[in-house]
Design a protein around this ligand. Structure first.
Ligand code: FAD
Length: 292
């Protein structure tokens, strides 16, 4: 099932993101965790893709298993940076064969190693190049792409970022998912600006529940997200107490999610990080809201 058709129903949706194993030996435990999340019957599940290829072989195995055995629509992430046209063609073909209808088309992060490599040899420079190839693949995939309420770290400013985002969407993107953010006002402001710029596709806010203090530094480094004072206070107070931090992190994310639904945003994506207990707690916290 295509995600855009789920979004078009206008009903509140709650979806979860999982990531594939990093090593062969962790495959079974990751498979188990993703199955536990699938049992919650979310609106859909997305499965990330390792930019360096490390975990990529399992993206489709995990996504295919969730779809086939649990009937949950899946979104397979695909990155293109440092890939050749041939490999990407092959990967799209595999997604097709796995019966997956949705692709999250991404460039992938520029690791320090990639930053120093010879870019003239790259077949892909930006996600838009991948979107063109998916459109030419012979199957009508539903295509998602990433957007950044707090600006992509490589962008000089927000107008430039939104200009390229519009080009990306116009190339055939059906919906956008945001980078994590911890202050909903940043999203509302971003939505206002992109709608003004003529970007009309659905935007799914991505919410990351921070359930342990170690995640904080990594999350900020990855996303460059602004940490509101209210959130910092919570980490300061409960960061050293794992159970208290878990509870506070879930409550904070729930609060963000309820505010989004209350402000007319119908679709929310949770970066559930292979944590079924966190996914379950959040789903239960909003169960009456998403039933509407
Ligand atoms: P792009 O859309 O190519 O944008 C990257 C930068 O280039 C931006 O600054 C943009 O403004 C600029 N730009 C875009 N087009 C042009 C152009 N034509 N000319 C000049 N500049 C341009 N990474 C993974 O490795 N695996 C994943 O599974 C994964 N999933 C993600 C899911 C979401 C929802 C998000 C938000 C990010 C995800 N990422 C993932 C991280 C993502 O790969 C990085 O954020 C990456 O740095 C940018 O990817 P992009 O697709 O947004 O790139």
């Amino acid at each position: 099932m295509k995600i855009i058709d789920i979004l078009r129903t206008g009903k509140p949706t709650l979806s979860f993101e999982v990531f594939p194993p990093k090593t062969d030996s962790s495959f079974e435990s990751v498979k188990f965790a993703t199955e536990e999340i699938a049992k919650l019957r979310p609106s859909f599940m997305s499965v990330t893709y390792g930019a360096g290829g490390g975990t990529s072989k399992y993206t489709l195995e995990i996504a295919g298993n969730i779809k086939k055995n649990y009937g949950v629509p899946t979104l397979a992430h695909l990155t293109c940076v440092s890939s050749t046209k041939e490999t990407v063609k092959e990967r799209i073909e595999h997604i097709k064969q796995a019966g997956i209808d949705n692709i999250m088309a991404l460039r992938g992060d520029l690791t320090p190693e990639l930053e120093n490599s010879d870019r003239t040899k790259w077949d892909y420079r930006h996600a838009i190049d991948l979107i063109h190839d998916i459109k030419m693949s012979g199957k009508e995939f539903c295509i998602g792409a990433a957007c950044y309420p707090e600006i992509h770290p490589e962008s000089a400013n927000q107008s430039e970022d939104i200009k390229y985002l519009k080009e990306k969407v116009d190339a055939g993107v059906d919906f956008l998912t945001t980078q994590m953010f911890f202050d909903n006002n940043l999203l509302y402001n971003f939505l206002y600006k992109i709608r003004e710029a003529g970007i009309t596709v659905p935007v799914i806010p991505g919410i990351m529940p921070i359930t342990n203090a170690n995640q904080v530094e990594r999350a900020i480094k990855l996303s460059g997200s602004f940490m509101p004072v209210r959130f910092k206070a919570l980490v300061d107070k409960f960061g050293q107490d794992p159970e208290a931090m878990r509870q506070a992190g879930i409550a904070y994310a729930t609060d963000q999610i309820i505010d989004l639904y209350a402000n007319g945003i119908n679709a929310v994506h949770v970066y559930s990080m292979n944590k079924p207990d966190v996914a379950k707690a959040i789903q239960s916290n909003v169960s009456e809201i998403i039933k509407r």
